[in-house]
Design a protein around this ligand. Sequence first.
Ligand code: NAP
Ligand code: MG
Length: 453
Amino acid sequence: MIAVVEPATEQVMAEVPRAGVEETDAAVAAAKAAFPAWRAVAPGDRAAILRALAAALEANAGELAKLEARNAGKPIRDARGEMAMVVECFRYYAGAPERLLGRTIPVAGGVDMTFREPLGVVGLITPWNFPLVIASWKVAPGLAAGNTVVLKPAELTPLTALELERIALDAGLPKGVLNVIAGPGSVCGKRLVEHPDVAKIAFTGSTEVGRGIAAGAAQTIKRVTLELGGKSANVIFADADLGAAAAAAPLAVFANSGQDCCARSRILVERSATDAFMSELERAVKAMHVGDPLSEETEMGPLISADQRRAVASYVGDDAPVAIRGPAPDGPGFWYPPTVLAPVSNSDRAAREEVFGPIACVIPFDGEPEAITLANDTIYGLSGSVWTRDGAKALRVARAIETGVVSINSNTSVRVTTPFGGFKQSGVGRELGPDALDHYTEVKNVFYATEEG
Ligand code: NAP
Ligand code: MG
């Protein structure tokens, strides 16, 4: 059994059976058996089933949000927002079965046409930081394109994925189309990557595990999409609305307790503005509500585990001084206070490695070229922001940063309708928006001769 722990209390909140290789193979076999019938469902009928699933998720959103808030230790308001995104994601991709258009291409001697064919069984491996929402980014386009799915959630947070499987069956998704296996990555995840009947792996997690998945998938030439780590820059120029930039900066790192691949954990501030920025930032960090995930005013909960807290703490006391510390409760729970290190050099360990916890580095810079150089001096390229009132500069810098997603005068990263994914070692491929469907289909080219010879 897997003992599922509630990070705010350190108590076991549920026990679920632990899957192994046998259960993984059974799930793949079920998905393989269900594939021919699922791909043959008429596009409008497949769309209707996905809409019914979205409606069922919406009806269960309150309970799902509570379960996710408790299991992942995230503020209930954030969890509700995530469930709204899950519903929106299924609604959006319910529009896809009837819009997977091919092309006709002018050729000699006949008609040439392309089709977007499903891949078959797709294996989805997801992390513990945004359990159900990240699963929905993969399950919804995967099913919409006519694939069947085996989903392996992180062992620390399997509960909402198991609920998704139950809700989907109740909503009319045929048996075997969506199969959830709760078990360790080194066993179930590894088996999915190796399995000859799995056509594709879509993975979200650490860059380290992602490297192993890319290598493993090479053995059977599986399609792979990888959404990996980040060390994103929040570039704040002196001519920005500093009050707005400073007020928004804490949650851009500390939301989800910093356990966010899009965390803007390197705050690059133009040197002439650092004093003004730091005093605004201090006020905002000290005022943060850190505590019980189920309380309405909470902005930050605990970390996911004691291991994660140990790893996060190892970055403090290294090179850079602690400039600001926010609040954190005492007692049981894997708490860690929001912490700002300043001034930090971009070569310090805290600025180079993905901390995945509530630690922000403030790095001063002088002028636009240095801002771009520092922003790009990382192995990652997932997210980022540029704050300035100069529109041309904002666009120049946004274009120059090697990253998959960048926001101007905003710290948002993810929308259901727009592509999301990384440059460099932050990943391969794109999720969400129209682009995701490319990664769940193969293009088939059919030539039909109309002329003799
Ligand atoms: P992780 O350790 O890489 O695990 C992610 C998933 O992979 C889990 O389901 C895990 O299973 C599984 N796994 C572990 N070892 C495996 C193996 N050898 N073969 C196949 N699967 C394996 O990541 P995490 O600790 O859960 O999450 C944190 C990381 O995710 C961070 O680095 C973060 O940046 C990244 N992340 C990226 C994005 C993005 O979209 N770019 C979004 C969120 C998170 P078990 O945990 O059950 O063993
Ligand atoms: Mg891990």
